[in-house]
Each structure stands twice: as structure tokens, then as C-alpha cells.
Design a protein around this ligand. Structure first.
Ligand code: FES
Length: 196
């Protein structure tokens, strides 16, 4: 096979400058880099699938505000201001599946005034046991370290090993009387109330 004059001039190496050899080297290097980049796409996608269930999903946006979740109705809460315990439910998801209406925690709710609702996370801020409402004492009680918390403020009593009182949660009551709670968990064992 014969090469025309143009082909000869493109592939030939100029003995003075080495331009032809340099051009061939750059073309080959470019091809290798493009191949590496294309090969990296499925690898990255695979890593994403493997790691996503660890980092994604859940009821609350990571790094964002927790959503207000419907929990009950105002009518269902005792009129005398006694707390009632409710499971908190939300849809959860991971990379492969959605799990609707899953229990993600629990809270004590009680009426405050005409249309107000106070909420506390049931998790003891000391080491995470579940607190109970003690009707005779009208307070919350953690059985793990015999620790009591005031009913109205959630403040820990003097002998409590907990560094802070019960964790209050934001609530809303809509026009239809539905009670919504902004459910969150908080770091245990520290004085500061810091969302997990
Ligand atoms: S876990 Fe509740 S007081 Fe220790």
C-alpha cells in the first residue's frame, strides 16, 4: 500500500524537532486517559450502590430540618394535662426499598391550654433508657438510674445523673385538630441539646 504525500507528511517524524513522535505519544496518552475515565464510571456507580444505604434514606433530611409528622388529634389528649405516650411513625427508605409507616421513636404529648401541645422525646438524655410517666408523683421517671424529671418543664431533679432535662420537641396543631410533632433524637450524655 502506498501513502499519499499528505499522509506521509502527517506521520513522518521531523528529525530536527521530533514533532511526529511527540504527536503519536500525545494521541496514545489521550486514549489511555479516556479509557481510564470510562472504566471509572461503573466503579463509582457500584460504590454508590454499596454505600448509599448507610448514608441515605430516613425520615429526616440529613443536615436539614426534621419534618413535622402527624401523630394524633387534640381530642385524644387528656383534658387534665396528663401526658400520653405515642409512637412516632414515618416512611423510611434505603437504596433499594421504601418502608412505609415505620416506628422511628416515641414521645409524651400533653395538652397545654386550649390548643397547645407539649411534647418530650421518651428517650432519657442521660444514657438512653425510656422514661415513664408516674401518675402518683405527676412526673417522668427513668428506671435505669432512679431519675425523675418535672412534668411541666422536663427539668431533671437534683439527684439525677442526667446532664440536662428531657428533650422537648416542637409541635403544631392544624385547623382540623391534628397534632404534628417535629420528631428528633439528640446526643445523649451531654449538657447541650444537640440533634443526632
Ligand atoms: S439512663 Fe436515665 S437516668 Fe440514666
Amino acid at each position: 500500500m502506498t501513502m499519499n504525500a499528505d499522509e506521509k507528511s502527517e506521520s513522518a517524524t521531523d528529525p530536527q524537532t521530533g514533532a511526529g513522535a511527540r504527536r503519536d505519544f500525545l494521541l496514545k496518552a489521550g486514549s489511555v486517559c479516556a479509557g481510564c475515565a470510562l472504566a471509572g464510571v461503573p466503579v463509582a456507580a457500584g460504590l454508590r450502590v454499596v454505600t448509599h444505604p448507610v448514608t441515605g434514606g430516613g425520615a429526616a433530611a440529613v443536615g436539614g430540618e426534621a419534618p413535622f409528622l402527624p401523630v394524633t388529634t387534640l381530642d385524644s389528649l387528656p383534658e387534665d394535662g396528663s401526658p400520653a405516650k405515642f409512637m412516632i411513625r414515618a416512611d423510611k427508605s434505603d437504596a433499594w426499598s421504601r418502608f412505609p409507616n415505620q416506628v422511628i421513636g416515641a414521645a409524651f404529648l400533653r395538652r397545654v391550654g386550649e390548643r397547645g401541645v407539649q411534647a418530650f422525646n421518651v428517650v432519657c438524655p442521660h444514657l438512653g433508657c425510656a422514661v415513664e410517666f408516674r401518675e402518683p408523683n405527676r412526673d417522668y421517671f427513668c428506671p435505669c438510674h432512679n431519675s425523675a424529671f418535672e412534668l411541666e418543664s422536663g427539668t431533671q431533679e437534683a439527684n439525677s445523673p442526667s446532664a440536662r432535662g428531657l428533650d422537648s420537641l416542637e409541635t403544631q396543631v392544624d385547623d382540623s385538630g391534628n397534632v404534628l410533632v417535629q420528631f428528633q433524637n439528640f446526643v445523649m450524655g451531654i449538657k447541650e441539646k444537640r440533634p443526632v
